[in-house]
Design a binder for this molecule. Structure first.
Ligand SMILES: Nc1ncnc2c1ncn2[C@@H]1O[C@H](COP(=O)(O)OP(=O)(O)OP(=O)(O)O)[C@@H](O)[C@H]1O
Ligand SMILES: [Mg+2]
Length: 460
């Protein structure tokens, strides 16, 4: 039986996560926060500070240092950290971890941290490679004669025509390259290049001359390449230290850049040891010194940092000393509390020696107006229509309880409206029905606790 997933994902089943509306920090050209921007509302001091952090990260001035977002629950700490990631863009590595994720039966705590630290350090490698580049003018797979039995035809080779501004060339290529061409979905009119050594195929985009009259196309149009079809081209590749660790966990070949890179993408199951990492670091440092590669310190975001214990903290403290350290962003909603694994009480549950390295960005509770704006943004993202009364009710609830609670009510309210009342728009009454004081459909934590107290608990 052939299983296809293509028709399964309908609009309804697309999962919308709670931070999907955040696309940046919403700062103006001078770095001042817009009242509303990139999906963010209010919290302007913290957003401006986060913007400065982004600039420092870009200027590589924060490596080995750390930022802590501190503030009450639901004040946007996680949201802002993700905003930083969005501002930094795809070329800066960003890795995320929740404090409690370090506790696993299979992997040591420090190993989890180490892996994440190394996922957050990028290398940009520039290499001059021999390539064939051009717009595809012909793409003809040639079937092998007299294939042995079976229904499938085998491809013996493929004829590929490539055109540049300067000229055209027709290539006869091996069948393995045919597979790669198919994987990249190469068609006539695409601009591609093929690495001469490895035969790796890269689709750059669609050629300008094929740009259609339709604007709504998820297609990148690129100009016809200049120069010869066969030439040397500088190729930039972004990888992380973790990619190199994994790729070299089963070392084969030498430690020059080509063989290290060739390990990429080959599946291995060997454990990554400290020794291996030291070796990788040595080679990386050589790359850096010789100018083949450039270091791109990225960001490791550790949410709910109070869940880390003293062992993790001292490991992090040492890791931050390394010359290959990323910028670490922490977040916590704890004030003073005990450092996990000790009885020492410290601000935010973080040891003082680590606190000394941090700059702290404070987040504040939202006003009712700000909550109303955020509720509207979320409703739009979740495709839920609210009338003004519903927005008002939700923002009142949000201001009394928490922003997250208000956002959380959106989906149940829209389901109630649809199925119990056949209504497309959520109105205040629907929300009242969910959470009123007398006979609510859903209790909030405070109501629930009050009932437990009244009844003396469940176990009697
Ligand atoms: N300023 C804001 N603008 C728009 N949406 C926001 C803003 N602040 C928070 N949100 C949204 O509100 C919800 C709660 O915020 P978030 O999860 O960031 O809070 P938090 O401070 O990390 O809370 P906790 O301490 O409980 O982890 C999320 O869905 C988040 O995307
Ligand atoms: Mg959070």
């Amino acid at each position: 039986m052939k299983v296809s997933l293509e028709n399964v994902a309908t609009k309804e089943s697309v999962r919308v996560d709670v931070h999907s509306h955040i696309v940046g920090l919403g700062l103006g050209p001078t770095g001042a926060p817009l009242p509303m921007g990139s999906g963010l509302v209010g919290q302007q001091n913290a957003r401006e500070a986060a913007g400065i952090a982004v600039e420092l990260i870009r200027a590589k001035k924060l490596a080995g240092k750390a930022i802590l977002f501190a503030g009450p629950p639901g004040t946007g700490k996680t949201a802002l950290a993700l905003g930083i990631a969005k501002e930094l863009g795809d070329n800066v590595p960003f890795s995320m971890l929740v404090g409690s994720e370090v506790y696993s039966a299979e992997v040591k705590k420090t190993e989890v941290l180490m892996e994440h630290l190394r996922r957050s350090i990028g290398l940009r490698i520039k290499e001059k490679k021999e390539v064939y580049e051009g717009e595809v003018t012909e793409f003809t797979p040639v079937e092998a004669d007299g294939a042995i039995g079976g229904y499938e035809k085998t491809i013996s080779h493929v004829i590929l025509g490539l055109k540049t501004v300067k000229g055209t060339k027709s290539l006869k290529l091996d069948s393995t390259i045919h597979e790669m061409l198919q994987k990249e979905r190469v068609a006539v009119g695409d601009v591609i290049y093929i690495e001469a050594n490895s035969g790796a195929v890269k689709r750059v985009g669609r050629s300008d001359s094929y740009a259609t009259q339709f604007d709504l196309e998820a297609e990148e149009y690129v100009p016809l390449p200049k120069g010869d079809v066969h030439k040397k081209k500088e190729i930039v590749q972004d990888i992380t230290l973790h990619d190199l660790d994994v790729a070299n966990a089963k070392p084969q070949g030498g430690q020059d850049i080509v063989s290290m890179m060739n390990q990429l993408g080959k599946p291995t199951k060997t454990e990554i040891t400290d020794k291996l990492r030291t070796e990788v670091d040595k080679v990386v440092n050589r790359f850096l010194e010789s100018g083949v590669a450039e270091l791109v310190p990225g960001v490791l975001f550790i949410d709910e940092v109070h869940m880390l214990d003293i062992e993790c903290f001292s490991f992090l403290n040492r890791a931050l000393e390394s010359s290959l350290a990323p910028i670490v962003v922490f977040a916590t909603n704890r004030g003073k509390c005990a450092i996990r694994g000790t009885e020492i009480v410290a601000p935010h549950g973080v040891p003082v020696d680590l606190l000394d390295r941090l700059v702290i960005i404070k987040t504040m509770p939202y006003s009712k107006e700000e909550i109303a704006e955020i509720v509207k943004i979320r409703a739009k993202i979740e495709d839920i229509t609210l009338d003004d009364g519903a927005v008002d009710k939700l923002s009142t609830v949000g201001a009394q309880r928490s922003l997250r609670y208000a956002i959380q009510l959106l989906t149940p309210a829209s389901i109630l409206a649809k199925f119990s009342y056949g209504a497309e728009t959520v109105v205040q009454d629907h929300i009242d029905e969910l959470i009123n004081d007398e006979n609510p459909l859903f209790l909030n934590a405070r109501q629930s606790a009050a009932i437990m107290k009244e009844q003396g608990g469940y176990l009697q």
